[in-house]
Design a protein around this ligand. Structure first.
Ligand code: DLL
Length: 445
């Protein structure tokens, strides 16, 4: 595939500005935000004052890490509108996520916030190679979840044609893809797999009925190995898009198709830091830690140093695509999704990485934590790939590969195709606990 000599950007002046310009802009915006928070006198303003800050002019980017943080618990405590920084009448939309803890996290947008969000998603689409002539098949869920409507507005902002199909009803999606020939697919990586399987069953395959150029896959962790699978299955460039409701939704960061190696953070609107999740101290670039974002231009719900719980590292420098924005690595997982099995810490994505190097296995998997006895055991339930005679490696070899990579004994169960439940709507559930009674997957004993 040949790439244009000068890759396109939606907002080139912002996405490729010099480091000096960028830090100047960030500082100006950060100071204005701090002044606003102090003026409002809410939770964040009070915390700033308690930290000895009485005006924006007193802070600078180098000392950002000394400022107070804000957490999801703070949003919950202030639910639904406690952290609003504009009068309620200025809120034109709310969104949110059901969250891992079951409590909804609700966020508010002013009209300007929605416009900003649309531009951030348009940036991500253009970075993936979309143009105003594109057809965007948007299979992220529409509703409170930010995925559907975020990408939707981004595609419109770009002037592309958006197909607001939302998640689920896969046969209808197959028909729409066949008939409309989209060049851009947007959905979770797990649903992309499901869709790819359904397209293949309907004989809609890359080059023959399927002409996708890129996929923007996010909302849940996925690995480089999954990228290989997605590109193979769907014949597209599989790119990562990251975001969270609290900050704006999708479009906080996204990969470019030229490098496809880390996500450009829209740092002119969202300051990014990585801190040690336990001590809260900053970690050097290249070291994984917890992502912390500050929204320096958002109106309705500005957040100063929001602790995301997501684990990633940062990298700086000018990218092949010309963007100067810092890059974050793929997210390994949320700090609270880390599994602790017999004292060994492991993220589901690390298991995915090892499992998906086996070509005879399908990209779907489920990790079962067998807690029926005192010593928990991790069981990786995998499937034989469709059309494959089975894994090239024996079960023992797969298990020893996992042991070498993770330092943990994992039992591998190779199941027939279709055994692992597919995710039609929402985020993939990769981990199930088995405390007794029926196994979480039929066929597992
Ligand atoms: O998932 C926003 C989004 C929609 C991003 C569509 C990308 C595409 P929430 O529902 O609030 O928002 O969930 C945010 O999802 O803190 C991460 O833990 C996880 N997450 C989001 N994108 C990625 C990604 C949307 N690319 C939470 N890789 C975040 C890994 C991701 N995890």
């Amino acid at each position: 595939m040949t790439e244009p000599a000068r890759p396109a950007m939606f907002e080139p002046e912002a996405e490729s500005m010099s480091a000096e310009q960028l830090t100047g802009l960030q500082l100006e915006r950060l100071r204005a935000m701090i002044d606003r928070l102090i003026g409002l006198g809410g939770l964040q303003g009070t915390r700033l004052k308690e930290a000895g800050v009485s005006a924006g002019a007193e802070v600078n980017l180098a000392t950002l890490a000394r400022l107070p943080t804000v957490t999801r618990e703070d949003l919950w405590d202030a639910y639904p509108f406690g952290l609003l920084a504009v009068p309620r009448e200025k809120v034109v939309a709310v969104h949110g996520s059901s969250g891992t803890g079951g409590r909804p996290t609700l966020v508010a947008y002013s009209r300007a916030d929605l416009q900003l969000w649309a531009r951030m998603c348009a940036r991500a689409l253009v970075a993936a190679g979309a143009t105003s002539a594109s057809i965007v098949h948007n299979a992220y869920g529409y509703g409170l979840f930010t995925g559907g409507l975020g990408i939707h507005q981004g595609a419109i902002e770009l002037g592309a044609t958006v197909v607001p199909v939302s998640g689920g009803m896969t046969p209808r999606q197959v028909t729409l893809i066949k008939d409309l020939q989209p060049d851009i697919l947007t959905c979770t990586p797990s649903y992309a797999i499901r869709l790819g399987e359904a397209l293949a069953e309907a004989d809609v395959v890359p080059g023959d009925g399927l002409h996708l150029k890129a996929g923007l896959f996010g909302a849940e962790p996925w690995t480089q190995e999954m990228r290989v699978r997605l590109e193979d299955l769907l014949g597209l460039r599989a790119l990562d898009i990251y975001g969270l409701s609290e900050i704006i939704g999708p479009g906080v960061a996204a990969e470019c198709r030229q490098a496809a190696n880390g996500l450009h953070v829209n740092e002119d609107h969202f300051l990014v830091e990585v801190i040690d999740p336990v001590s809260g101290e900053p970690v050097p670039d290249g070291t994984p830690g917890e992502l912390v974002f500050t929204t320096i231009t958002k109106q309705a719900l500005p957040l100063l140093r929001y602790r995301t719980g997501d684990i990633a590292s940062l990298r700086r420098g000018t990218c092949r695509c010309g963007r100067t924005l810092a890059k974050m690595s793929k997210v390994a997982g949320r700090k609270d999704d880390m599994l602790v099995i017999r004292g060994v810490n492991v993220y589901p994505s690390e298991v995915e990485r090892v499992l998906l190097t086996e070509p005879g296995l399908a990209p779907e998997y489920l990790l079962v934590i067998d807690e029926r006895q005192a010593q928990a055991q991790l069981i990786a339930c995998v499937e034989i790939g469709t059309g494959s005679a089975g894994p090239h490696r024996s079960q023992e070899e797969l298990e020893s590969g996992l042991k070498d990579a993770l330092g943990l004994s994992v039992t591998v169960r190779v199941l027939p195709p279709g055994s692992v439940p597919r995710t039609e709507v929402g985020k993939a559930v990769r981990v199930r606990r088995w405390r007794g009674g029926d196994p979480p997957l039929p066929g597992l004993s």
